[in-house]
Design a protein around this ligand. Structure first.
Ligand code: NAG
Ligand code: NAG
Length: 425
């Protein structure tokens, strides 16, 4: 595991060098003012922190169930098996109210919804407003690395992208929630890949539209030809080679950080007001210093990342490159065998008939405003377009920003209330 950590750090620093925007924007200019005495002090502080090897934030060492209990909510854990044999973990903060299913993005997990803390975590906000909160985990993340017959050590386990998460995982979890609660419908809130997989589900299994009272999409992603993330832009034209490399070097699983590794001491995020960790986060999601909660960074980074399959990334690179929201591209011959056409078929967004609310922002390096507007035009039942009223708001701010409650979650609870009058068409 040590090796993986070093590889990750090297990749991140190469990326830092490549991404000129980050050099220009904030990191060096604003955060490091050249001041030799100050630098010595900083260095001493860094050494101190590394020597003490203890994060000072108590939540760093707590897992999701411990966190939820610490903040005074009941929490339950469930196992849900998909049609194709993956065993997924769901967490629930049970309340006598309408069920809401929260679905995380790529490399992330149910932790997303609680690690912002008791005041700002969406799971807590919804539970205290009386919703029965369910948090899903996609196949392959740290909570869902299990299958009835295939071991995660076997490359076969990892042969899925967000297509399979949409076609198999979401329906299994939705059916489980509706059966357990004896309800006919639930509200769905997804972030990033949690929205992509939802659009996949409703276009591939349109009968699921009926089971959704409202879908709230945070940083929605379908066709994203205008995604700005430098890493994605650099890699997208080479998605075919990325696929070959993955097969050659058997890199099927990306940044897994197994559970025992997750809760290590993590002082790195406490160095220099979290400069290292915030920069890593910004390089992937867009720069927004104002909204980063430095105190909370160690908690985020001790619970994130949580693992994904390499194919999930490759599938995103493919759609950035093609500009088309379509199924996984296996190459012309295999496409012909699987789809009956040399190019992968498009997802049919016109079949997403459940009511949808799109929440988006201007500094999101993945969900570009233009792409979200195009998505709005393709979806037949958009009830709400909400542009976050903060210019620098980025892709991850939807989960962890300092003002996320005021800027985003207040509107979510309003939309949930209004959704009583909305219908699937
Ligand atoms: C969290 O940790 C506690 C105590 O070690 C353990 O009982 C529980 O199963 C863990 N929960 C998860 C989701 O890993
Ligand atoms: C920052 O996070 C900490 C928890 O780690 C929380 O107590 C604090 O209220 C947060 N600050 C803001 C401004 O959200």
């Amino acid at each position: 595991m040590k090796l993986l950590q070093y590889v990750f750090i090297i990749v991140v620093f190469l990326y830092l060098l490549l991404s000129t925007q980050c050099l220009a924007e904030n990191v060096i200019v604003n955060q490091f003012k050249f001041d030799p005495l100050g630098a010595m002090k900083e260095l001493a502080e860094v050494i101190d922190i590394l020597n003490s090897k203890q994060s000072t934030h108590p939540d760093v060492h707590l897992n999701i169930t411990q966190l939820v209990e610490k903040y005074g909510y009941p929490v339950q854990e469930y196992k849900v098996t998909t049609e194709d044999g993956y065993v997924l973990t769901m967490f629930r903060i049970e309340k006598k109210g309408p069920p809401v299913l929260l679905m995380h993005g790529i490399l992330l997990s149910a932790d997303d919804w609680v690690i912002a803390g008791p005041d700002d975590g969406l799971a807590y906000i919804l539970a205290s407003s009386g919703y029965d909160v369910w948090m899903g985990n996609a196949r392959g993340n740290k909570y869902s690395r299990q299958h009835e017959s295939i071991s995660p050590e076997d490359s076969k386990f990892w042969e899925f992208s967000w297509n399979e998460i949409g076609v198999n995982d979401l329906p299994a979890m939705i059916d489980f929630v509706l059966e357990t609660t004896s309800e006919k419908q639930l509200a769905y809130i997804g972030h990033s890949q949690g929205t992509t997989s939802f659009f996949v589900m409703c276009s591939e299994k349109p009968e699921y539209n009926q089971k959704i009272s409202i879908m709230i999409a945070l940083a929605p992603i379908a066709a994203i030809p205008n995604a700005k993330s430098p890493l994605a832009r650099i890699l997208a034209p080479y998605h075919y080679y990325a696929n070959v490399l993955v097969k050659l070097f058997k890199i099927h699983e990306v940044l897994p950080m197994p559970v025992e590794y997750q809760y290590m001491e993590n002082p790195v995020c406490e160095i220099g007001n979290g400069i290292i960790c915030s920069t890593v986060l910004f390089m992937f999601t867009g720069f927004d210093y104002e909204q980063i909660n430095q105190t909370n960074l160690p908690v985020i980074f001790s619970h994130t990342p949580s693992g994904s399959s390499a194919q999930q990334f490759i599938h995103y690179l493919q759609i950035i490159n093609s500009g088309v929201f379509r199924k996984f591209d296996y190459g012309d011959n295999k496409n012909q065998a699987i789809y009956g056409s040399s190019k992968p078929p498009k997802y049919r967004l016109e079949l997403v008939k459940a009511p949808v609310a799109l929440f988006y922002s201007e500094n999101d390096w993945f969900s570009d405003v233009e792409d979200v507007t195009n998505l709005q035009n393709k979806l037949p039942n958009v009830k709400e377009m909400y542009l976050v009223p903060f210019k620098k708001f980025n892709h991850a701010d939807f989960l962890w920003a300092k003002d996320v409650k005021r800027l985003v979650y207040a509107r979510i609870t309003d939309v949930l209330k209004d959704s009583k009058s909305m219908k699937t068409i």
